[in-house]
Design a protein around this ligand. Sequence first.
Ligand code: SAM
Ligand code: SF4
Length: 442
Amino acid sequence: MKRYHVTTFGCQMNEHDSERMKGMLESIGYAEAPDADGADLILFNTCSIREAADSKFLAHLGHAKRRKRERPDVVIGVGGCWAQSVKDEVFRKFPFVDVAFGPGQVHKLAEFLTSDSLSAQGFFEFEGFTGDLPEKRAREFQGWVQISVGCNMACSYCIVPSTRGRDVGRPLETLVADVERMAAEGVSEVTLLGQNVNAYGRDLARRGFPRANFADLLHAIDAIEGIRRIRYTSPHPQDMKEDVIRAHAELPALCEHVHLPLQSGSSAVLKRMRRTYSRERYLDRVALLREHVPDVALTTDIIVGFPGETDDDFEQTLSLCEEVAYDGAFTFVYSPRRHTEAAEFEDQVPHEVKVERMERLVEVIQRNARERAQRFVGRTLEVLVEGPSRTDPTRLRGRSRHNKVVNFTGLAQPGEYVQVEIESATSQTLMGEESLLSRVGA
Ligand code: SAM
Ligand code: SF4
């Protein structure tokens, strides 16, 4: 039996795509190898969102090249956003690569592997959703659901529109059927994935499918028996409408957590980023969310050092973070990307200024996250158990509905929902003890 190994870089969409690659490979008779050295097929699912992602991947590719020299029959495959962004030069620059494919062509990998062709091939046009392929889930009780590919926004720093193309949604009935199947297989938590999830559905009628929007999708999935938690990522503040916000208050399965990417607290920077909302509009969305779901956990993405960002712009980001008091944030140093508008802007911010701003931002984010997390101390939270704690295997690790990692002592098994009494909290993690009383009562 032939063996494969997949290394995944980047976002949750790539984690999803890798699960589908694995499912597809197993459906054609491959088995997973524990590491690349023992594999006949070495696959990389690549990311290109920042320069660091490119460099990290290229180091791995160098290792695969050496493997290929030792064992020329090993097949090397490269999929995902980096592959798509270098599609015209990949085989010239990396002649040891056998197959390369973009995010809309994952299914072609199986065709390539089962054909008699020995020559290198690349597949890059959007043809189908990875979400339509069979999956091999990392945890049997958690499922990713790809609701759309691509993005119709044109954020001036972002490579995604050029690697994943226009926004195309999967029909609502397909998604409901997919989640029903997952629920029957034991999935109780789903995460809906897309680059701009709350723009979901705008293209459906034009493509001949029944009309539906993101709120309709949330309602339909909430109604599926066995689904206890729904998460999604990422929404765009421009499309964060009241129907979705109300859904958070109304739907029992929809979690009290929203990841709402900010990018900058300065309206001037947001404009140059082409984010299509202002600081005021963003704050208005936060206020509406907190009005309907007072206890909601808010997280975000922020870029520091965007071209032309002045000290004053950056202070506005800091003040917005103090005002919102996020439960957590992913913070990124701006990195110029090929095929993007901002890479051509002249007023790039010096590296040391970016680093200094990043340190200040992280301090504000962590301090607020730590303070926000104290509201959970003394409360009993529902936790979905994921496995042993990473730092202390005698304890368990899971997640609350607010998407907080919870480390606790208890007797539960992965996949179970338990009540945990929270005793202390840091900016990242809650600590506690399983409520044995509620177990007796269960
Ligand atoms: N579609 C999602 C959105 O709009 O939030 C996710 C896009 S991207 C996969 C995740 C995050 O990477 C973005 O929210 C942004 O903060 C960051 N990012 C994207 N391009 C970047 C760049 N050129 N430099 C630094 N960070 C970047
Ligand atoms: Fe990139 Fe902007 Fe689309 Fe997000 S919304 S994927 S940041 S272009």
